[in-house]
Design a protein around this ligand. Structure first.
Ligand code: CMX
Length: 135
């Protein structure tokens, strides 16, 4: 886990939340992107060395929709960057953590992503992400 890469925040309305964060942070988002595999629409703000990712569900079965129904809007996950997602996955498995995916999946912002179950990490959904290798 090299550094805190981003903080994910679940929101009901990406456009409205985006306007608020634009005023809050005094800068526009640098990217908006749909990630069909995760059933989310995302918007990213660069805040120094860490990013804020706003997440709106695009499907009733989206994990973010389930989160909103159960817990309401708020911090959904924290994500650490790594240069070796599969190596990190092996290390974490051997430490007894439950990984949500057998192999890192395509995520937003040109990343491969995997997660640890929040029940193993004191109620915090932890993501680790690696830059997608150049094609
Ligand atoms: N943070 C903390 N706790 C969470 C959570 C979250 N984001 N999401 C669910 N939980 C809690 C639930 O509240 C529940 O706790 P209680 O039993 O105390 O009520 C528990 O975890 C549920 O665990 P579960 O039944 O095993 O799983 P769920 O069906 O609720 O799914 C999770 C939870 C994490 C496995 C699912 O949301 C998931 O697969 N997430 C990974 C994918 C994802 O979140 N994608 C969206 C982001 C993509 C991106 O960043 O681009």
């Amino acid at each position: 886990m090299d550094k805190l890469e981003h903080i994910g925040i679940a929101v009901q309305d990406l456009e409205k939340a985006g306007e608020l964060f634009t005023r809050l942070l005094v800068r526009p988002p640098y990217k908006t992107e749909e990630v069909p595999g995760q059933a989310v629409a995302t918007m990213f703000f660069d805040v120094g060395n860490v990013k804020i990712e706003l997440l709106q569900p695009t499907d009733p079965l989206s994990p973010v929709q389930q989160f909103l129904e159960k817990r309401g809007e708020g911090i959904h996950h924290i994500a650490f960057s790594t240069t070796d997602a599969e190596g990190e996955a092996s290390r974490l498995r051997s430490e007894g953590f439950r990984l949500l995916y057998a192999k890192a999946q395509p995520g937003a912002d040109d990343k491969l992503i995997n997660f640890l179950h929040p029940k193993d990490t004191h109620g915090v959904l932890v993501e680790f992400c690696q830059d997608k290798p150049e094609q």
